[in-house]
Design a protein around this ligand. Structure first.
Ligand SMILES: [Zn+2]
Length: 70
């Protein structure tokens, strides 16, 4: 029976915190399972969102610093 991966497990996989053997199994599973691939992409999108958020905050802070330097 095929076991699906949890979000937590996929997170470990993505961050390279999985053992080599588990990683091989996971990447093989992702190659055949649409459900887990969708979940995996979801994690990547969340990451992108957080990265964009961080960039906006940095831009804002940078702007603020420029304002006070005047
Ligand atoms: Zn799966």
């Amino acid at each position: 029976m095929m076991k699906h991966y949890t979000k937590e497990e996929l997170e470990l996989y993505r961050n390279g915190h999985m053992s080599v053997l588990s990683r091989i199994g996971c990447s093989a599973h992702l190659g055949t399972c649409k459900t887990c691939t969708a979940l995996f992409n979801e994690l990547k999108n969340e990451d992108q969102f957080l990265a964009e958020l961080r960039t906006s905050v940095q831009l804002y802070q940078h702007q603020q610093r420029k304002e006070t330097a005047k």
